[in-house]
Design a protein around this ligand. Structure first.
Ligand code: ACM
Length: 529
């Protein structure tokens, strides 16, 4: 393996030297590039720094991709880029192939000393007339840079020489994210979504540099993940969903397939088992779990706050030890979300006792607890993460405990809120959230939460009113694109007027991906058709 890497490393090095030397000897192809402006390219999220040089790089059939040797994960990123270039331009760009006649330009994805860059997702792009150098310290950084590159390849080719070329504006980009956690959440419990649906969502999220996908895997209306030691959870609790439709669940094999697909897109899966409330489907499957004093029947409505585990029974923790253990074992990411919201029928003392016990189980499985903002009212470690959705008071408690906070304020960041009163899907109990309201707020200063406590932002999509991928996309897009920019770009780099032009220009990508976005009247989509 080491020998192979050394050989490959030498071959690529020789190829690059040849490329430079040959280009010096051979009469260079001369392209009169039209004036470009990299700063006006339609990148979302907006990179940290853009330095245009007003010329161009010709992407065409004489371009090849090379990646640093001794880094198989960089080769993987290079192949991902080639595949996406093929989809966009129909060009077949070779990756790490040395013997290429007529090579005119290269894209080199280079592993560099990561201490020279701002964190593991940082990257730099240097675009000149015959080379694009993408520098990154990690494959993750390289992958984020590849998304930028995909976005600045124009939609149409230009015929200024005999063959088709795609002119990429030249210049330099220096980029790294503002927040380490940039998430979306999908509720597969109220309505179930298939592996294919989740993968399609991941495809679009990755393009906008999301790095977390939180899956809400259980709720009153359904249990969606196979637990081998407690099979009735899915055999009984997985059968229903809101409105009496058909339910469903991920087998562990399917869940692992999602985890692997997400990892390929440098996205971490965050599994959630919501408890002690939101547990009716579990209690309907195993009645000993139930603590609300009534017989738990399968439920297909949309009320909340009526269910609870019996927090004082040891057998409940034996059960949770198995459930959390099985899920943690197939989740490589560092987080386990324990829910903890709206436990209206669990008394306060029992709630605190429960959260404390569950936190220990999660920690035993080497995962870090995330919970909805209510968990800050329990006796949790400072290492636990509070997900702000509604309570400023809970946010203060979290700050006092030294906890990190993920911002998901319902009235700004809930993707299931309707755009306006005419929206086909969604609810409006927190607010109507039109596309501009979703974008024009400042996570950096939200509710006076100190910036050092903010881990990032997440846009949750609850699924009471949506049951298929088209409906999911109607609520998620375009708003999720704006949340990507809020999570990645600095306050100084965000501006609604400029953003809405870049957003309008996403139409070609969204159409190519067959995303059924909501055509917000605030955006001038048609001028880009
Ligand atoms: C929530 O919306 N109940 C977290």
């Amino acid at each position: 393996m080491i020998k192979n890497n050394l050989i490959r490393s030498s071959i690529i090095f020789i190829a690059l030297i040849c490329f430079i030397a040959c280009n010096n000897q051979r009469e260079k192809r001369v392209i009169n590039f039209p004036e470009t402006n990299l700063a006006e390219a339609n990148m979302i999220p907006k990179p940290l720094k853009i330095i245009p040089t007003n010329s161009g790089f010709a992407l065409d059939q004489f371009t090849a991709i090379y990646t640093s040797a001794n880094a198989a994960d960089f080769d993987h990123v290079g192949r991902f880029l080639a595949k996406k270039i093929k989809t966009k331009t129909d060009l077949d760009i070779p990756v790490n192939v040395t013997d290429i006649p007529n090579l005119e330009s290269i894209i080199y994805i280079k592993k560099v000393d990561s201490t020279k860059l701002e964190g593991h997702e940082a990257y730099q792009l240097q675009i000149t007339q015959d080379s694009i150098i993408l520098n990154a310290g990690t494959a993750e950084g390289a992958f984020r840079g590849v998304q930028t590159l995909r976005q600045i390849i124009p939609e149409t080719s230009t015929n200024i020489i005999k063959n088709k070329i795609w002119i990429i504006p030249s210049g330099k980009i220096i980029d790294s994210p503002q927040y380490a956690y940039r998430g979306a959440m999908l509720d597969v419990a109220r309505h179930f979504f298939s592996v294919e649906d989740v993968k399609k969502y991941i495809d679009v999220l990755a393009y906008y540099k999301y790095n977390m996908l939180h899956l809400h895997l259980s709720d009153d209306q359904g249990w969606r993940i196979e637990i081998k030691s407690w099979p009735l959870l899915t055999q009984i609790g997985g059968k229903t969903e809101v409105g009496g439709e058909s339910g469903g669940f991920f087998t562990q094999k399917e869940y692992k397939e999602i985890v692997a697909y997400a990892a390929d897109h440098h996205i971490t899966i965050v599994p959630e088992i919501d408890m002690p409330g939101h547990t009716n489907s579990a209690s309907a499957s195993y009645p000993f779990l139930n603590g609300n004093g009534k017989k738990a029947e399968l439920y297909e409505g949309i009320e909340v706050g009526f269910s609870t585990f019996d927090t004082r029974k040891d057998s409940v923790y034996t059960f949770l030890d198995d459930v959390i253990g099985e899920i943690a074992a197939i989740t490589p990411g560092p987080y386990f979300h324990i829910g903890g919201d709206e436990s209206h029928v669990t008394n306060k003392k029992d709630y605190i006792y429960f959260i404390n016990k569950v936190e220990k189980i999660v920690q035993k499985n080497n995962k870090r607890v995330i919970g909805w903002d209510e968990i800050a009212s329990a006796d949790v470690d400072s290492n636990a993460i509070s997900q702000y959705w509604s309570s400023g008071e809970n946010a203060k408690l979290a700050v006092d405990k030294g906890m990190k906070i993920i911002l998901s304020p319902a009235k700004k960041a809930y993707l299931d809120m309707q755009y306006d009163s005419l929206s086909k899907h969604g609810l409006h109990w927190a607010a109507y959230i039109p596309t501009d309201t979703a974008y024009v707020w400042t996570p950096e200063e939200y509710e006076g939460i100190p910036s050092e406590n903010i881990l990032g932002i997440e846009a949750p999509l609850w699924s009471e009113t949506i049951s298929n991928i088209d409906e999911l996309e109607y609520l998620a897009f375009p708003r999720a694109i704006g949340y990507a920019e809020l999570g990645w770009s600095t306050k100084e780099n965000r501006d609604w007027k400029n953003y809405k032009i870049r957003l309008a220009n996403q139409i070609a990508f969204l159409n190519r991906m067959n995303v059924k976005y909501y055509p917000s009247p605030l955006i001038d989509w048609k001028s880009n058709n």
